[in-house]
Design a protein around this ligand. Structure first.
Ligand SMILES: [Zn+2]
Length: 260
């Protein structure tokens, strides 16, 4: 039953297992395994149909980010619950049967925490220091934010347009003096065709009413914590090759999925 494993890679100490679509069999007991559904390359190519139910996603991790079928908003998985921020940043719980075309989750286990405040780059620098050269980090930043700049996307209708076009219709908004949690990951460039390289962060307000994909923020007071990921299980299409993305693709990913 393990014939689904197509390939194995070591990327800077990270063990990456590629699984043929539908062939998942994660070791749920291993605390450092992250599970990736879909690839950023597929998302750029307008493949927005969900391939895994959110109820199944939650069995693979209680913490993560992604989107749902039809690119209907920004998915935030926190403390075992899945939330969706719609195009206006309004948040609802996601029913288990809703599917996702692109998500990454892991079991959250706080390895290191630091009290921190400041602008995005200062806070992320503190996170990188906590990470101590680990290639993949799950990142949790919580507290009082003086501002969080967010975006979300409109549910797409078929025929789907490429992500660059879909994100062109994104809605940007700002939350001021808000308590909440930033949930996300940092991935190396070597995973660029699979993941969003660098930090990919989503926000959920403490009230569970507001959220989105983080473009920028300023943390008034709070903490940052990391959970290490040394094993990444990725469901990829047959023939998919890992590697550094082409510059053109990379700039497209930065445009549609990056911060500022
Ligand atoms: Zn995002």
């Amino acid at each position: 039953m393990s014939r689904e494993v197509l390939d194995e890679h070591m990327i800077a100490g990270l063990h990456v297992v590629a699984l043929e679509r539908g062939g998942h069999h994660h070791e749920r007991s291993h605390p450092h395994v992250a599970a990736q559904v879909g690839t950023i390359a597929e998302l750029l190519d307008a493949q927005y149909d969900g391939t895994l139910a959110v109820g199944e996603l939650l069995k693979r991790g209680d913490f993560g980010v992604g989107t749902v079928d039809g690119l209907a908003g920004e998915l935030i998985v926190l403390d075992g619950e899945a939330f969706l921020a719609d195009v206006d940043g309004h948040v609802e719980l996601v029913p288990d049967e809703v599917t996702t075309p692109f998500s990454v989750v892991c079991p959250w286990r706080s390895e290191r925490t630091v009290e921190v405040s400041g602008e995005r780059e200062e806070v992320l620098q503190a996170v990188r220091e906590l990470g101590n050269q680990q290639p993949v980090l799950a990142i949790r930043i919580e507290g009082r934010f003086s501002h969080v700049s967010l975006r979300s996307v409109q549910r797409q209708v078929k025929p789907y347009q490429p992500l660059a076009v879909a994100v062109g219709q994104q809605h940007e908004f700002e939350e001021l003096e808000v308590d909440g949690t930033i949930v996300g990951f940092s991935f190396p460039l070597a995973l660029g065709g699979v993941e969003v390289p660098g930090e990919h962060l989503h926000f959920l307000s403490r009230s569970h009413e507001r959220g989105g994909h983080v473009l920028d923020f300023s943390l008034r007071r709070g903490s940052a914590a990391v959970s290490f990921v040394d094993d990444l299980h990725v469901e990829v299409p047959a023939g998919f090759t890992f590697g550094k993305p082409a510059d053109a693709q990379l700039s497209e990913i930065r445009t549609v999925e990056g911060g500022r």
